[in-house]
Ligand binder design. Structure first.
Ligand SMILES: *[C@@H]1O[C@H](CO)[C@@H](O)[C@H](O)[C@H]1NC(C)=O
Ligand SMILES: *[C@@H]1O[C@H](CO)[C@@H](O)[C@H](O)[C@H]1NC(C)=O
Ligand SMILES: *[C@@H]1O[C@H](CO)[C@@H](O)[C@H](O)[C@H]1NC(C)=O
Ligand SMILES: *[C@@H]1O[C@H](CO)[C@@H](O)[C@H](O)[C@H]1NC(C)=O
Ligand SMILES: *[C@@H]1O[C@H](CO)[C@@H](O)[C@H](O)[C@H]1NC(C)=O
Ligand SMILES: *[C@@H]1O[C@H](CO)[C@@H](O)[C@H](O)[C@H]1NC(C)=O
Ligand SMILES: *[C@@H]1O[C@H](CO)[C@@H](O)[C@H](O)[C@H]1NC(C)=O
Length: 562
């Protein structure tokens, strides 16, 4: 079969968003792209600010919101096939996820195997170290959070909407049988781009959780903090739901949201890929597709065999059917597509997404570091209490060179962003534990780079500074009276990704081999200076180099200039 290499959507598509558009199996006879939704798409309108507030503090402008199509109201009882034979009734919470998955021997949850489309869950496996308490006398004194938006509808350019359109167009021309019978009455229930109900809940829950963890960092003089998000609708709403969870419905008395414009031509470290002139999604997509062509053959024949009449069901459609399971479940609470696939096919699906992201903006991408480095510079500036005055790497100096819009003394820093951008931030910090090569011919079972563990919907990275009255023993199994070593007060940096510690010493040798995975702040700041240079932003994003083949990049950097 001839698959065309995906064009660089980033350069063509005004709605280009978080980057990954799903595996693109389009051939020359491609379908109408997102035509269902075209009329609902909002183009950015340059409405003049309506109040005296500067535009970046005005959450009512609605500009650069991106597409905002909503779907029909759910009616779960109509679509939900539960309770299933042999399973006693399990109430939906709020999603209906008890559908029997063939081959699922251990009662695993396929909704935790959906890569970046998994609804939030804390990483059950951890990242290689145990979690340790803050010792008596020490204190978490500073937080920098970067949070992904919650579960959403598909993006307008996604293949799942293309399949939905194809099925809608072919209505009445085909008959589906067996497990696929539901298709005879199927209709598209998906909007585009904006949060679905459970996505709102994820952010509210996270705000609540973060208040329990970090409420003490909110200034007790009652002054308002600045929190940053982007102008995109789901980004603004994610921030608002989080704030409602953290502070309560009166949160506007406690926090001011700053909206950084998310659109091509603007600098925005919360959506770095929009300002990079190079993209490697086509490499990730091509490799991911190779893998899909391998693992999907059986499922493809099963589905084709159960359709008669005028519907030309392609392998690409089989893949999109897996993504429809993910999106329909969060949109209306249940999806018939999910139990068409075996547990093994869900594991293989997950792996296809890991490949796409690792090569799209991770360590296997030549721009992996470049996209995230602007944000890393902002974190380092906040840690060291200074503004950023040199315009580099997608930083908007209008905002960052001013303590009104870039406060340098805030202990509670809350930012909102996208999946691929947060992946790049981890790369730019030099967390090479996620750098392993993912072969496109077989699943690497013990890999660290599992999207569902790193960036599910509403995934979040919490960077804490912990102040201690003396150095803390790197061996944490010692008796309490041996916890502190002799020495001056010492600060530590602690990375927490989806509620689990990322052991900094595993990637950054200078951080040492501590049981708790923390890193002395002085060592951390020192090693990060090197990471900023490594990213080589200008060359990576604007250099004239040949895009390297999959597997030849392993450090998130392009081939060097010579
Ligand atoms: C912990 O740090 C916060 C913020 O600096 C401060 O308000 C609080 O008093 C400290 N608590 C302890 C027990 O040191
Ligand atoms: C938010 O600000 C209001 C007004 O200053 C204050 O009464 C309230 O306690 C603050 N909320 C939290 C959670 O600190
Ligand atoms: C920086 O942000 C300001 C405030 O929103 C905006 O007016 C300006 O266009 C932005 N500049 C760039 C290069 O993104
Ligand atoms: C139709 O689907 C069933 C599962 O419902 C499967 O067992 C069967 O093999 C499929 N039929 C054909 C002809 O592929
Ligand atoms: C940053 O702010 C300082 C002080 O206001 C000013 O002198 C400098 O020109 C600014 N730099 C940029 C790049 O805007
Ligand atoms: C935006 O980023 C570019 C490239 O890093 C830089 O040249 C430009 O000055 C930046 N603009 C602002 C307003 O910071
Ligand atoms: C961006 O890439 C295009 C095509 O790859 C090239 O023609 C253009 O000069 C590049 N722009 C910049 C600012 O490097």
């Amino acid at each position: 079969m001839l698959w065309l290499v995906k064009l660089s959507l980033q350069l063509l598509d005004p709605f280009w968003d978080a980057g990954y558009k799903g595996i693109d199996f389009r051939t020359q006879s491609s379908l109408k792209v997102g035509s269902v939704l075209k009329s609902d798409c909002q183009t950015p309108t340059a409405t003049a600010p309506s109040s005296k507030l500067p535009d970046y503090f005005d959450t009512t402008l609605g500009w650069y919101a991106g597409p905002t199509a909503t779907g029909p109201s759910p009616w779960l009882a109509q679509t939900n096939a539960a309770p299933f034979v042999g399973v006693s009734y399990i109430p939906n919470t709020p999603l209906e996820t008890q559908a029997p998955i063939p081959g699922n021997k251990h009662g695993y949850n396929i909704f935790e195997r959906l890569g970046h489309m998994s609804p939030y869950f804390p990483n059950p496996r951890g990242f290689g170290v145990h979690e340790y308490p803050v010792p008596p006398g020490a204190n978490v004194t500073w937080l920098n959070m970067i949070h992904r938006h919650g579960s959403r509808y598909p993006e307008v350019t996604g293949n799942e909407l293309r399949l939905a359109q194809k099925l809608t167009d072919a209505k009445g021309k085909y008959q589906a049988h067996g497990a696929l019978s539901f298709l005879n009455d199927w209709r598209n229930v998906l909007g585009a781009e904006i949060l679905v109900p459970v996505g709102k809940q994820q952010l509210f829950d996270s705000g609540t959780l973060h208040y329990y963890q970090y409420g003490h960092l909110y200034p007790n003089d009652g002054s308002k903090i600045i929190a940053r998000t982007t102008t995109q609708r789901r980004m603004l709403e994610s921030a608002e739901y989080f704030m409602a969870g953290f502070f309560g419905l009166g949160w506007t008395q406690n926090a001011t949201l700053e909206l950084v414009i998310e659109s091509k031509g603007f600098n925005n470290t919360l959506a770095g890929y929009k300002g990079c002139n190079r993209t490697s999604w086509d490499i990730g997509g091509k490799t991911s597709r190779e893998w899909a062509e391998t693992y999907l053959q059986d499922a493809h024949q099963r589905i084709r065999g159960n359709i008669t009449g005028g519907l030309d069901w392609t392998l690409s459609d089989t893949y999109s059917a897996q993504t429809l399971c993910a999106y329909e479940t969060v949109a209306v609470g249940f999806s018939h597509w999910c139990n068409l696939f075996t547990y093994e096919e869900w594991e293989a699906f997950e792996y296809s997404l890991d490949i796409a992201f690792a090569a799209g903006t991770g360590f296997l991408s030549p721009i992996g570091r470049a996209i995230g480095i602007g944000y890393v510079s902002e974190v380092l500036a906040r840690m060291q209490h200074h503004v950023l005055s040199s315009p580099t790497a997608l930083i908007n100096t209008t905002l960052d060179n001013n303590t009104v819009t870039f406060p340098t003394q805030q202990a509670l820093n809350l930012d909102f962003s996208h999946d691929s951008n947060i992946i790049s931030i981890l790369v730019a910090f030099g967390l090479t534990q996620f750098a392993e090569y993912l072969p496109p011919t077989r699943i690497l079972p013990e890999r660290e780079f599992v999207m569902a563990y790193i960036e599910p919907f509403a995934g979040r990275l919490d960077i804490e500074v912990i102040q201690a009255p003396a150095p803390i023993n790197p061996s944490r199994s010692v008796a309490v009276h041996e916890l502190y070593e002799d020495g001056p007060p010492t600060s530590y940096v602690h990375f927490v990704l989806n509620q689990r510690t990322v052991p900094l010493g595993k990637s950054l040798k200078e951080c040492g081999n501590r049981d708790d995975g923390w890193c002395e702040m002085t060592a951390f700041l020192e090693v990060q200076k090197v990471q900023v240079e490594k990213a080589d932003f200008e060359w990576a994003c604007f250099g004239d180099y040949e895009m390297p083949e999959y597997g030849t990049v392993s450090d998130g950097r392009p081939p060097s200039k010579e």
